[in-house]
Design a protein around this ligand. Sequence first.
Ligand SMILES: NC(=O)c1ccc[n+]([C@@H]2O[C@H](COP(=O)([O-])OP(=O)(O)OC[C@H]3O[C@@H](n4cnc5c(N)ncnc54)[C@H](O)[C@@H]3O)[C@@H](O)[C@H]2O)c1
Length: 364
Amino acid sequence: MDSVRFAVVGYGNIGSRHVKFLKELDGAEITLVCDTDEARAREGAREADCSYTTRFEDVLKDRDVDVVDICTPSGLHAEMSVAAMEAGKNAISEKPMALNLKEADDVIRTQKRTGMKYFLVKQNRYNPPVAALKEVLDSGKLGDLFLIISDVFWNRRRSYYDDEDWRGTLSLDGGALFTQSSHFVDLILWLSKRPVSVEATMTNIDHPYIETEDLGSIKVLFENGSMAVMNYTTATYQKNLEGSITVLGTKGSVKVGGKYLNELSEWNVEEVERPEIPPGGPPNTYKGGYQGSMSNHDKVLQNVIDVLRDGKEAKVSAAEGRLTVEVMQAAHISALEKRPVKIPLAGRDLDFDIKTSIPFPSRK
Ligand SMILES: NC(=O)c1ccc[n+]([C@@H]2O[C@H](COP(=O)([O-])OP(=O)(O)OC[C@H]3O[C@@H](n4cnc5c(N)ncnc54)[C@H](O)[C@@H]3O)[C@@H](O)[C@H]2O)c1
C-alpha cells in the first residue's frame, strides 16, 4: 500500500481539521469528502482536491476508499463505524466511540467479524505533559496511585448550541460528559486500574435550551481501592477556565493543567527531576471562537497510516473506547437513579441508552 486513502465524513469543525492534517501527512490521500450539507461537502472537496458526495452510501461503495474517517455528530459514530467495516473499509471515529454500550459492542463485534481495523481519536494522550505523566506512572516511580482528580471547567455559549441542530440533544450529542469530557474520562481510565463502581450527580444549570446536562461530578472507584473524582461543566462564566488532571501517588504528585491539559503545572516526584516538556500543539479553535482540546490529530492520523501501511500497533483499542462509554453510561444511570452503579454493567444497566433518556430539567 503506497498511501492510505481516506474518505472524510462530516466536514464541520473537526472534519475540516482532519482534512487539513491529512493533506500534510506523507502516506495519506483524501479521495472523497462526504457531508449531508452539500455546500460543506463541496468546500471540503475543494480543500482536499478530491470528489464529494452528500450520501454516506457512496462512501461505502467507493473502491478508492481504505479508511472511513468519521467526523459526524457523536450519536452517529457507532452506526457509521459498523457500516464502514461491514463494507470492507477500515474506520476511524472521532470521540466518543458511541453514546451507549450496546452500540460500542456492535462496533467491537463487527471489527472481530470483518477483520477490519478500527481506530478512535484520543489525541490528548499525545499531549507532552500527559505523555510524561503516563511514563512516570508506568515506571512505578510515582509509587501507588491512590487519587486522580480531573476538572473540566469549559464554556459553551448559546451560539455554540444554536449553530448546529444536533448540539445539546440527547440522541446525537449526549451532553457535556459524552461530547466535551470523554477525553478526560479516557485519560483517567488509561492512567488507573480496573474501575468497579461509579457514582455521579448531574444537572442542567445554565443552558435551558438544551436537553442534556451541562454540569456533573463523578466518582469512580477502582479494584485496588484507589479513586478518581471528575468535575465537569460547560457553564463556566464567559470562557474556558481549566482542563486538568492531578494524580497523587505514594511517591509523588503530578498535575497536568492549563485549559486543555497543555501544561505541567506540578511535578513533585521522589527521585525524578521535573522533565523538560516540549511545547505542545495549540488548542483546536472552532467557528464561533470557542476552543477545544489540544490539537494532536496529526499524530492520531499518522498512527492509522503506520498501522495500515507498516503493520504497527494501534495506539487506542476499541476495548478502551468501550470502557470509557461504559463508565459514562454508569455515571448517567447513577445520576438519574441516585445510586452507585457497578462496573462491569449488568442487567438493566446494560440497556440504558442516553439517546432515549429523559431530558435534564433546567435549573434556570
Ligand atoms: N477530538 C476532539 O478534540 C474533537 C473536537 C471537536 C469535535 N469532536 C467530535 O467530532 C464530532 C463532530 O463535531 P463538530 O464540532 O465537528 O460538529 P459539526 O456540526 O461542526 O460537524 C459535523 C458535520 O457532520 C455533518 N453530518 C451530519 N450528519 C451527517 C451524515 N449522516 N452524513 C454525513 N455528514 C453528516 C454535518 O452536516 C456537519 O457538517 C463530535 O462527535 C465531536 O464530539 C472531537
